[in-house]
Design a protein around this ligand. Structure first.
Ligand SMILES: Nc1nc2c(ncn2[C@@H]2O[C@H](COP(=O)(O)OP(=O)(O)O)[C@@H](O)[C@H]2O)c(=O)[nH]1
Ligand SMILES: [Mg+2]
Length: 449
């Protein structure tokens, strides 16, 4: 960030647009205190971390609102600069008036994400923490919020730190070896170097494995419920959605369009899709519905294939189940209240959409599929592609470095790979990330954060 930009004092409404019980205007920068003193015509100086009640008057001295003002002195503030928060009643006209007035007094409107950007440039937070602030704001489930909050607290940065330190130590060792090579000082033996590279590589590889779950947690998954007419798809859909969303009747071909509902399963945001039954149909509208079912099937991250235990599994259904091999899916035997599970080799999850039997088991099986085999703890997950790419770069560079050791490559060359691994980790935390990329990341924030 150019030095002049950080001299500016920025101002923005930090609460969501529209009317509310309260609305907050935030200022950050050197002039924040001076501007606020004039804006509110303060008679005594504000004290750090103390909220104070103050009237807000317009230029003519007419009262337009009452406010509570809080001062966070640098460097103990969100941005690391002097920050002032003015909480008024949430009237957009009053909040906008405060912003305009602050600008007349020397502030300028903040760009999207500029408060967080300042926190990053002042070293208050690293890039993974900044991204997590956005994830926290966007969280749709408490589980998402929990993971984001841990990352705001620096869980990912903490997980990476020892790896970075080890790499720096190894670089120092090798650089020293090179510098003194002519003086016959012992260069580190290959086995030792390799062991040290492995000790950095393996935690990074486990971290990389967290991405699948991290992404699911962040972005959610699409689950399509398919099966032949009357198997109980809509009934199961309603049971999982915990409300009567789709129409259920004993008439085959009732569901004709895709019905979707957002639900949370174990904290993972799920878009559940109920579909028309897969079958040959003469009815034009039903045919369209069936075509859409096939599209939903193609798009889904996970498929729930429902069979009707009372009617048994047809050959056509066997074929559909076989075609699901290789992609995440679960086969469900519904109407267990009417008929027992068949003694087949198929792994069916027994449920009854009507009595609720087996639904908890189904949810567990779903979570198991989504989480994969790993036992995922929430600390230090990779949650976006940028993070994954940075760690991948480090992991690949370490693999090259290990090969180089095997091939007895000169240490000058080996060092290039180790530096590259370090750059991957620096990219993750943002210490070496290019300005354009940073700009992209922060522009996705809302104004006022
Ligand atoms: N006894 C019993 N009936 C069910 C069960 N699930 C669905 N049904 C009934 O089966 C019929 C078809 O259900 P529906 O959900 O519309 O099936 P869809 O065509 O696959 O969407 C309805 O009469 C439901 O009440 C179940 O688990 N047990
Ligand atoms: Mg239906």
């Amino acid at each position: 960030m150019p030095e002049t930009a950080t001299q500016d004092t920025i101002v923005a409404i930090s609460t969501p647009p529209g009317r509310g019980g309260i609305g907050i205007v935030r200022l950050s920068g050197r002039q924040a205190l001076g501007i606020t003193t004039k804006l509110l015509a303060l008679e005594t100086p504000l004290e750090p971390k103390r909220a104070r009640f103050e009237h807000l008057n317009d230029e003519a001295g007419q009262r337009i609102d009452d406010t509570v003002v809080t001062f966070f002195a640098a460097p103990h503030s969100y941005t690391g600069e002097d920050v002032i928060e003015i909480a008024a009643h949430g009237s957009p006209v009053v909040l906008e008036w405060i912003v305009r007035r602050a600008c007349t007094l020397g502030a300028r409107p903040a760009h999207a994400g500029e408060f967080t950007e300042r926190a990053f440039f002042r070293g208050r937070i690293d890039l993974t923490q900044a991204e997590a602030v956005r994830d926290l704001i966007d969280a749709q489930t408490i589980e998402q919020a929990r993971v984001a909050a841990e990352q705001v607290g620096g869980s990912l940065a903490k997980r990476i730190r020892p790896c970075k330190e080890d790499l720096v130590a190894l670089i120092a060792l090798l650089e020293a070896g090179i510098d003194f090579a002519e003086d016959d000082i012992d260069v580190a033996p290959s086995a030792l170097i390799e062991a040290r590279l492995h000790s950095v590589l393996s935690p990074l590889e486990s971290l990389l494995a967290t991405f699948a779950y991290g992404r699911i947690l962040r972005e959610g998954v699409r689950i399509a419920i398919i099966g032949r007419p009357n198997a109980g798809k809509s009934s199961l859909f309603n049971a999982l959605a915990e409300r009567e969303r789709a129409i259920v009747t004993p008439i085959a071909g009732t569901t004709r369009d895709i019905v979707t509902e957002r639900v949370s399963i174990g904290g993972i945001p799920v878009e559940l899709m109920d579909t028309a039954g897969l079958r040959e149909s003469e009815d034009f509208v039903e045919q369209l519905g069936i075509a859409r079912s096939r599209e939903a099937l193609a798009e889904a991250d996970l498929v729930l294939f429902i069979v009707d235990l009372e009617r048994g599994i047809s050959e056509e259904e066997q074929a559909t189940i076989a075609s699901l091999e290789g992609r995440p899916h679960l086969v469900i035997g519904n109407k267990i209240d009417l008929a027992p599970l068949p003694t087949s080799s198929l792994a069916l999850i027994p449920t009854s959409a009507n009595t609720g039997e087996g639904l908890d088991h189904l949810r567990d099986a779903l979570l198991g599929q989504l989480r994969g085999s790993q036992n995922m703890s929430a600390d230090g997950l990779l949650t976006n592609l940028r993070q994954r790419d940075a760690v991948t770069r480090a992991v690949e560079a370490l693999h090259r470095a290990i090969e180089a050791v095997h091939a007895s490559t000169p240490h000058e060359m080996l060092l290039l790979d180790i530096y590259d691994a370090l750059r991957g980790l620096d990219d993750l935390t943002g210490s070496t990330t290019a300005d354009e990329i940073l700009g992209l990341i922060f522009s996705k924030f809302c104004i006022g954060k």
